[in-house]
Design a protein. Structure first.
Length: 336
């Protein structure tokens, strides 16, 4: 990014997860599986899932309230909302518009969704960086929220073991002290391997034309292909992102990866030669919460004392698309 761009400050963050917990043992009531099988292959023990009418909108709203409060702002200060969901509860109105409505914002600030699956938080940070950097907007609310438990096929033991529900939010603003909290950031996509993870929208042809087959609109995933793709693509990409930041891997305090599979997290840890204390993992308790997984891991890591602020972190994520992204960011005191 050119020097004339305005620097960005990460001002506040928050997260929210539903109260209902489903353990691996609970899943044995649905199909033939075991806690041992799931835990050894994924690192997951339990996940949170929505119940009743609760949805990603509720989770995203709560996470956003916390992020705005931590930023020391009022909701009227926000001048743009970008929401990242793998699949929002409604395709339209967007998740961002639903959250704007929940806040009762009457000032008509733009609100839109940006779909990049589990890379959504990093993608939306890049978009916000452009919008703030160019001076178009000043205080942007980024919300990553998903209720994956409504999208998985609960008969499919290959996918339904993995996902959980949750939301994370981040308020970003122009850094008036001139210090940019994004030291480097890059996002990528390869649509030619989109079939690795996909979810169709339901739909059928007009009755006046030839009928078509009804599509299955649950999450489909070629787990092994995803795994191989990630462990071959992400390490070099992360190296480039670190180099771009002007830091060395050793200088960065924490790795906060997308929580998709503990074995993938460990592969990245091994590549970076990081001790356990530098690697933030909470997949055991939440499973894969899509784009929300990085902000949840970050804020919860601070709450639990695993992350000390006034530090730096390497974020990296990947997801359907396939999409992927990484960023080296500054974690200022007081952001969460
Ligand atoms: N319990 C018991 N057995 C199971 C289960 C289960 N829950 N699921 C699958 N099996 C069986 C299969 O039927 C298969 O049996 P078979 O050999 O008799 O046919 C065997 O276990 C192996 O199945 P695989 O699918 O090959 O298992 P694998 O070792 O690849 O593990 C897993 C599956 C955990 C999904 C792994 O591939 C993975 O984590 N991949 C990465 C997934 C990922 O990171 N996704 C990111 C999504 S991000 C986004 O954007 C949505």
């Amino acid at each position: 990014m050119q020097n004339s761009y305005k620097p960005l400050r990460i001002a506040g963050m928050g997260y929210s997860v539903p109260e209902t917990i489903i353990t691996n043992d609970d899943l044995t009531k649905l199909y033939d599986t075991s806690d041992e099988w799931i835990y050894t292959r994924t690192g997951i023990k339990e996940r949170r899932i929505v119940s009743g009418n609760e949805s990603a909108v509720d989770l995203g709203f709560i996470a956003s309230q916390k992020a705005i409060e931590k930023a020391g702002m009022k909701v009227e200060d926000i001048d743009c909302i970008i929401a990242a969901a793998s699949a929002p509860p409604q395709l339209y109105p967007s998740l961002a518009c639903n959250i704007q409505a929940r806040f009762g914002m009457a000032n008509h600030v733009p609100a839109f969704d940006m779909t990049a699956a589990c890379s959504g938080l990093i993608y939306s940070l890049q978009v916000a960086r452009g919008l703030i950097g160019s001076g178009l907007y000043k205080n942007i609310l980024l919300v990553a929220a998903d209720n994956n438990s409504r999208l998985v096929d609960w008969n499919d033991r290959g996918t339904s073991i993995l996902f959980g529900d949750g939301a994370g939010a981040m308020v970003v603003t122009e850094a008036e002290d001139g210090i940019d909290d994004v030291l480097s950031l890059d996002i990528r996509a390869d649509g030619s391997i989109g079939q690795y993870i996909y979810m169709n929208m339901p739909g059928k042809n007009c009755p006046l034309v030839e009928p078509c087959d009804e599509v299955d609109s649950t999450i489909h995933m070629a787990g092994r292909d995803v795994y191989k793709f990630v462990v071959t693509t992400l390490p070099d990409f992360i190296d480039e992102c670190i180099e771009e930041s002007g830091m060395s891997a050793d200088d960065i305090d924490y790795l906060i990866p997308h929580q998709a599979n503990q074995r993938i997290i460990e592969a990245m840890q091994a590549r970076l030669k990081y001790p356990d204390e530098k690697v933030i993992s909470n997949i055991e308790y939440y499973g894969n919460t899509s784009a929300a997984s990085i902000p949840i891991a970050l804020v919860e890591g601070v709450e639990k004392g695993k992350i000390k602020l006034n530090s730096t972190a390497l974020l990296c994520g990947f997801g359907a698309g396939m999409t992927w992204g990484a960023a080296v960011i500054r974690l200022r005191e007081g952001i969460c």
